[in-house]
Ligand binder design. Structure first.
Ligand code: AMP
Length: 439
């Protein structure tokens, strides 16, 4: 059998790296300026961490999607399907409730779910995750949503849809679930098997059904927002008022439910057009009670996760230019055998100043220049017997074709020159002249 990557996983090739790094750099800057600190939890945890967090009424679907296995010590472990449970386990374990409150944490990395693979739905995917732990105030909910929007804006993504809802307090959920059971049980036979399972365990999730028949059955029913108690309603209105005050547009979506039991009150999703059926870039909500469920103190919190693959897809669809790899500033060509080691050694020294590459075998000048061009270099530097004798490199600015001899000692100054808008390659005939004049 030909070895291939497992279905639902993908190699991130070199050409794809710059836009990932760019996304993470921008995210780190936006979140860092808001006092959100980075935390890196392990990729796997005791299965119990996730089992406790999803709760008893957890969807069968959620349970089945987890990659759980026994290790050689007989411990039941799970590859994280999401970040929240692990981050809050860490919050409890490290006593973060004694830190200045709220504790704002972000993470990024892979998450794993055994899902049906399609565009935007993979088995190993990647998330950026944010948690704001310790504040019950609506302003924390609004800040969480605003940070999500700010990250997308800083990446250059406009026109996303923010959908805001509330699942209420546990009593509200219980009343809503009871209402749904009463309303849907008489039609249970007409529901899909998935929805029937949800109706039994977590009726609210029937609202997420994709099947048109199921959708038709739930269409006329009331929504979670119709069941809010006055305090939860007040909280919802206060979150909306913050977003209004900050000029963040959103649409109230009475139907939003969250898959996991631990969510309370605020629930939100952010969608983008043009990325297929899986249009959610991310979502989140408030989870008062979850930290306690994971063995910590009873502190409230709110968080969200975004799917990096989906955000990158949305950026492509929106025509936002991809971040490109840094080009080599110089590519050294060895024109005789002796120059091979020399070029590699010179490259090593010059790397203190710029990205420098070199060939590994001797090359005729024409071929060497082609190598430099293929490497995307700004300059090619030719090294052979004559250059060695004179202590110079024959430097060619590839875009303009201009050549000159540059003494070894002048190369660092030349390589350090910043490209300017009028001279995007940092074209340096004058700079080279200046450098050698100065020498
Ligand atoms: P969730 O934790 O299910 O709310 O997911 C948060 C976000 O992660 C989603 O909105 C997606 O952008 C992304 N996501 C979730 N599951 C997957 C998956 N299987 N493949 C790719 N992205 C996903």
């Amino acid at each position: 059998m030909k070895l291939r990557a497992v279905k639902g996983t993908a190699d991130r090739l070199p050409a794809d790296q710059p836009r990932w790094h760019h996304l993470l750099d921008v995210t780190s800057r936006v979140l860092g300026r808001a006092g959100v600190q980075e935390i890196t939890p392990p990729v796997f945890e005791f299965a119990e961490v996730f089992e406790r967090s999803v709760g008893e009424a957890a969807d069968l679907v959620v349970q089945k999607e987890m990659y759980t296995f026994d290790d050689r010590g007989g411990r039941r472990l799970t590859l994280r399907p999401e970040f929240t449970a692990g981050v809050l386990r860490a919050y409890a374990e490290h006593g973060m409730h004694t830190w200045p409150s709220p504790v704002k944490l972000w993470s990024h990395g892979p998450a794993f779910r055994a899902e049906n693979v399609q565009r935007g739905r993979y088995r190993q995917f990647h998330q950026v995750n944010v948690e704001i732990v310790g504040s019950p105030a609506p302003v924390a909910d609004a800040e969480a949503i605003a940070l999500f929007v700010d990250v997308l804006r800083a990446l250059g993504l406009r026109g996303v849809r923010v959908a805001l809802g509330s699942v209420g307090d546990p009593e509200d959920r219980a009343r809503f679930n009871a209402y749904l059971r009463d309303a849907l049980e008489p039609h249970a036979a007409a529901l899909t098997e998935t929805s029937r399972g949800r109706l039994r365990l977590n009726p609210m999730r029937v609202l997420d059904a994709k099947d048109p028949g199921d959708q038709a059955l739930v269409a006329p029913l009331k929504r979670p927002l119709d069941f809010l108690n006055p305090a939860a309603r007040g909280h919802f209105d206060a979150v909306a008022a913050c977003l209004d005050a900050w000029g963040i547009s959103y649409a109230v979506d009475p139907s939003i439910v969250r898959g996991l039991d631990y969510y309370r009150r605020t629930a939100f999703e952010i969608h983008a057009e043009g990325i297929g059926a899986q249009s959610a870039l991310g979502g989140g909500g408030r989870y008062d009670g979850l930290v306690a469920q994971l063995g910590g103190p009873d502190v409230p919190g709110i968080g969200w996760a975004l799917g990096i693959e989906r955000v990158l897809d949305a950026l492509d669809q929106a025509g936002v230019a991809r971040a490109a790899a840094e080009r080599p500033q110089l590519y050294l060509v060895a024109m005789d055998d002796e120059a091979v080691v020399e070029a590699a050694g010179l490259a090593r020294t010059l790397r203190a100043h710029a990205r420098v590459e070199h060939g590994y075998t001797k090359r005729a000048p024409g071929k060497g220049l082609r190598d430099a061009d293929r490497a995307g270099a700004v300059y090619a530097g030719l090294l052979g017997g004559r250059e060695r004798a004179a202590g110079v490199v024959q430097l060619k600015h590839l875009a303009s074709g201009i050549e000159r001899q540059v003494p070894f000692a002048d190369l660092p100054a030349l390589l350090a020159i910043e490209p300017s808008p009028s001279d995007p390659d940092g074209f340096a005939p004058t700079a080279a002249a200046t450098a050698s004049d100065a020498a």
